[in-house]
Write a protein that binds this ligand. Structure first.
Ligand SMILES: Nc1ncnc2c1ncn2[C@@H]1O[C@H](COP(=O)(O)OP(=O)(O)OP(=O)(O)O)[C@@H](O)[C@H]1O
Length: 958
């Protein structure tokens, strides 16, 4: 038993005593405390109730965290895968396996949710981009068409899927692709009374709008259709009508148009109608369809002609040699082909739906890496195991082989590559013999043998088993022959499984009525025709030429083998991460753990074996650089300064940690640790870090406290000084000399009086200066007005002179005119010839000579005046300048004056204050003098009294 310290350990490889009991004890303790995830590789136990461990906050807390930094969680695995992809530039895969109801689909959704959150375009303000939303919304669509309620799980995925999320080189999601495996199509036609058909049948019949129902002639309820009426109709806590709304919304987000949506519903409706075709048997054992009303509905919905359809069902054309002949069918045969047709329709439509989703999310953008999430059913071991179980168990055998390869063989190869001491251990876990037994072609394996029998004309299930026994009995330790049933035993990794082989040939051939499928390939409904396009051509009935090459005949087993091969190829090209889901109990109850059931699963899915083997090897490793960065803190100053090579550094550090040599190995580029050692180192590191941080905090707190203390002590010192001074003042106040000094101090000459005297003198000086300035200004102003008057007079004079000079010019012109000879001639020619006229002329000449002299005088006067004018103008300019200077002086003087005014005002106030103090003091002095006088009088009086007393004493003595 492990000590209580190991209770609820996160990593089961840490348990000192590792056995089934201790593992289950730990798992149980954790589960009951709602810790549903455990390591080594992730084990997830279905809580069967919603836990608050998938919030956005939790997502954030797991982002960019190391393996041991956070408790185990599906988000931790997703984060590791994402970072390994970015850092190692390698594709990743997360393999989620477990029994039905173990929580595979829920955990797959969580992986996608986590990746969509952390890897969406960071520039996008919304939580998810369109592509991320489409990827997330693909799930409700797949669940509606591919999930059903079963005894073990109310929302059981009846198909396997591998979802590849593609990323660009920056790590942002750039697309996605879904690959689906093995749809359980038998559920379309048959369900046990405790189970249901696929969800869509119930959602459509309960929730579809009447227009759709009318279009597809769906006028009945769930009880009216053969393929739903025997099943359960409801699931506790699930509202099919609301789920239908969710489906429509998801289809809209993914971009499936309403027309396309209707086509998917057409298939569901046609399957429902097909189930209701009533086939009867006649006397000749031949099948008849007497009531064709339902078949008419089927043909209307599928877009095929009714007559050909019915004929194809009850009397199909078959090839007999080179001839085509009509062959009558029995009721059972017809019912079988109707059901096969219903299953084929549904399966093909489901495939088309997945393709349609892929078309939306598989964008042709830059794809650098991918993370693939595989959600596939685990080993199935029932009371009766058929062909479906073989396919599922074969898949799981291969996945377990991949797990073993990765965990044990590739792991040991890596030790060899890293050159560490290691003796290769054969864990005896090679599952290849079982896989070969199923898939090999030489010698013929189970699937190849089945395929061979399918083409043999007279082969039956019995001949198939006999052939198998003949090849494998006693030839392989993995093969056995059952005692009672017709079948074989296979020794799988999980357990020995007995298979019964009834109906295997048919299941593998999955035959369809070709008459009907050809009809469907020519349907008037394009969607139906596209689903069966591989049946086009090679027909005689419709006269069409062989246009499309018919698909090569591939059995179900062969198809599955090919798909699985391609899946394994992809997985081997990735770095895998394993998640094992566990069902805690068979009752779908929260908080209950059924120990044998859980142990069985742990054994089946290799958890126990994996942990055991991991403890033998070195499951944890770190590169030298990362190791040094992370753990150097545990041995500081061990490494010398400067360059130390990574290997040497790791060596020195590990020696300093005093780890036992067996606990680790130093490779060429990494250090390898045994399980649990790294977790211990992490713990020591955490303690060390918390010590460092506590020390740092203490240092900071100490510094702050010391600072506060210094401040406080300074304050205290200051308070003491103040107190001392106050005490001294108080003491001084009691001193009579001080009191006296205090009284007479105002009377003592002080520096202030001298200052007041000086200021008064200054005021006086300034006042005188101000007066002088004012007078000067007045003088200048009167001179200015005088000059202005003079200027006006001179301007008038000048004006007169100008008009005089104009008149003079006119006169000169006239004179010039008379002096010129031609003018005289002209004048003579026009002159009057009388004597008066001559006199006039003489008169005029005289006047002219007078005028000439006047003109000359005027001329000299004009010159004189102009000179005078110039002098006056000069003088005026000077006066202007003087005036300007005077104005400036006046402005400055005014400024000084106002400053002086202010100063005078202040001084006056000061003087008044001093006067008041002086008055107060004089008053006090007067009082003191009066009291002094009184005291003197009293003193004289006392003296007199004393003298009188002395006298009377002398007298008395005498
Ligand atoms: N982590 C979880 N938290 C809450 N409920 C869970 C969780 N995992 C599973 N469940 C519950 O268990 C039910 C079954 O889970 P889920 O459908 O994922 O199982 P499965 O392994 O995919 O089964 P199947 O193989 O049948 O599809 C879910 O419908 C859900 O109610």
């Amino acid at each position: 038993m492990n000590p209580p310290k190991f209770d609820k350990v996160e990593d089961m490889a840490d348990l000192t005593h590792l056995n089934e009991a201790s593992v289950i004890h730990n798992l149980r303790l954790r589960y009951l405390s709602d810790m549903i995830y455990v390591r080594l590789f992730l084990v997830a136990v279905n809580p069967y109730r919603s836990l608050p461990i998938y919030t956005d906050e939790i997502i954030r807390s797991y982002k960019n965290k190391r393996r041991y930094e956070m408790p185990p969680h599906i988000y931790a695995i997703s984060d590791i895968a994402y970072h390994d992809m970015l850092q190692g530039r390698e594709n990743q895969s997360i393999l989620i396996t477990g029994e039905s109801g173990a929580g595979k689909t829920e955990n797959t959704k969580k992986v996608i949710q986590y990746i969509a959150t952390i890897a969406s375009d960071s520039t996008n303000t919304k939580k998810y981009g369109i592509l991320e939303q489409q990827i997330l919304q693909a799930n409700p669509i797949l669940e509606a068409f591919g999930n059903a309620q079963t005894i073990r799980n109310n929302n059981s995925s009846r198909f396997g899927k591998f979802i590849r999320i593609e990323f660009n080189s920056a790590g942002q999601i750039s697309g996605a692709n879904i690959e689906r495996y093995l749809l359980e199509k038998s559920r379309v036609t048959y369900q046990t009374p405790e189970e249901r058909n696929f969800h869509i049948f119930y959602q459509l019949l309960k929730g579809a709008p009447s227009a759709i129902k009318k279009k597809f002639l769906l006028d009945g309820s769930l009880d009216d259709y053969r393929f739903t009426k025997h099943s359960r109709k409801d699931i506790d806590g699930v509202d099919d009508i609301a789920e239908f709304e969710i489906l429509l919304n998801a289809m809209n987000i993914v971009g499936i148009s309403e027309d396309e949506q209707v086509e998917f519903f057409r298939i569901v409706a046609s399957v429902l109608h097909l189930g209701n075709i009533c086939v009867t048997s006649g006397r000749d054992d031949q099948a008849h369809i007497l009531d064709t009303s339902v078949a008419e509905k089927v043909c209307h919905v599928l877009g095929v002609p009714i007559d050909a359809f019915i004929k194809g069902l009850i009397k199909p054309q078959v090839k007999a040699g080179r001839e085509w002949v009509a062959q009558a069918r029995t009721k059972e045969q017809v019912l079988y082909s109707i059901e096969a047709l219903a299953k084929a329709l549904y399966e093909r439509s489901f495939g088309a739906l997945v393709e349609r989703i892929n078309k939306a999310i598989d964008t042709p953008s830059n794809k650098a890496y991918f993370i693939g999430v595989l959600d596939i059913a685990g080993f199935e071991i029932f009371q009766t195991n058929g062909f479906e179980q073989l396919c599922i168990n074969y898949t799981n055998e291969k996945l377990q082989q991949f797990f073993n390869q990765h965990m044990f063989i590739l792991e040991q190869e890596q030790y060899k590559l890293e050159n560490i001491e290691w003796d290769f251990i054969d864990f005896g876990l090679d599952l290849q013999p079982t896989i070969d037994l199923i898939e090999k072609t030489k010698p013929v394996g189970i699937l190849a043998c089945l395929d061979e029998e399918c083409v043999m004309p007279k082969a039956t299930d019995k001949t198939f088993v006999e052939k198998l026994h003949s090849i494998w009995k006693n030839k392989s330790p993995k093969y056995g022959v059952p005692r009672f049933q017709q079948g074989f035993i296979l020794n799988h990794y999980a357990a020995k499984v007995e298979y019964t082989t009834s109906g295997w040939l048919n299941k593998n051939k999955d035959p369809l009525n070709e008459n009907v499928t050809k009809l469907l390939a020519h349907s008037s409904q394009p969607y139906i025709a596209s689903l069966f396009s591989d049946f086009l051509g090679d027909t005689t009935d419709y006269g069409t030429k062989n246009r499309v090459k018919r698909g090569v005949f591939r059995t179900v087993g062969r198809r599955h083998k090919e798909q699985l091969h391609s899946l394994m190829q992809q997985l081997y090209s990735t770095q895998p991460h394993f998640v094992r889901c566990i069902v805690p109990n068979a009752k779908k109850m929260a908080g209950k753990i059924n120990t044998p059931l859980v142990l069985d699963q742990l054994r089946c899915n290799g958890v126990l074996e994996g942990i055991r083997i991991c403890r033998v090897g070195f499951p944890n490793r770190l590169g030298f650089v990362e190791f040094r960065q992370r753990y150097e803190i545990l041995a500081p100053r061990i490494l010398p300064e400067g360059y130390v090579n990574g290997r040497e550094a790791a060596h020195k550090l590990l020696e300093a940690f005093k780890l036992e040599g067996n606990q680790y190995r130093i490779g060429l580029s990494k250090v390898f640790f045994r399980a649990g050692v790294l977790a211990e180192l992490e713990e020591v590191r955490d303690n060390k870090l918390s010590l460092v941080f506590t020390g740092f905090q203490a240092h900071c707190r100490g510094k702050l406290s010391r600072k506060d203390y210094r401040k406080l002590s300074e304050k205290t010192r200051a308070a003491l000084v103040i107190q001392r001074n106050i005490r001294a003042i108080n003491k001084l106040k009691q001193n009579p000399w001080w009191k006296l000094y205090y009284q007479i101090r105002p009377m003592l000459p002080s520096r202030k009086d001298e200052q007041i005297r000086l200021l008064k003198e200054r005021i006086k000086e300034l006042e005188e200066k101000l007066q002088r300035e004012i007078q000067e200004r007045r003088k200048l102003e009167s001179a200015n007005t005088q000059l202005e008057v003079e200027k006006i007079t001179f301007e008038e004079l000048l004006h007169n002179e100008r008009s005089l000079s104009l008149e003079k010019d006119e006169l000169i012109q006239k004179i010039k005119f008379t002096e010129e000879p031609e003018n005289i001639d002209e004048y003579n020619s026009t002159k009057p010839s009388s004597k008066d006229q001559l006199l006039d002329l003489e008169q005029t000449n005289h006047e002219m000579s007078q005028l000439k002299t006047t003109l000359e005088e005027t001329e000299s006067q004009k010159m004189l005046l102009e000179k005078l004018k110039k002098n006056l103008e000069d003088r005026l300019g000077e006066i202007h300048e003087q005036y300007h200077d005077a104005s400036q002086n006046k402005h400055v003087a005014e400024k000084n004056l106002s400053a002086l005014d202010r100063e005078v005002f202040d001084l006056k106030q000061l003087v008044e204050e001093h006067q008041d103090t002086a008055n107060g003091l004089s008053e006090k002095l007067r009082k003191v003098e009066a009291s002094l006088l009184d005291s003197q009088n009293e003193l004289t009086k006392e003296k007199e009294e004393n003298q009188e007393l002395i006298k009377s004493k002398v007298k008395y003595n005498c």
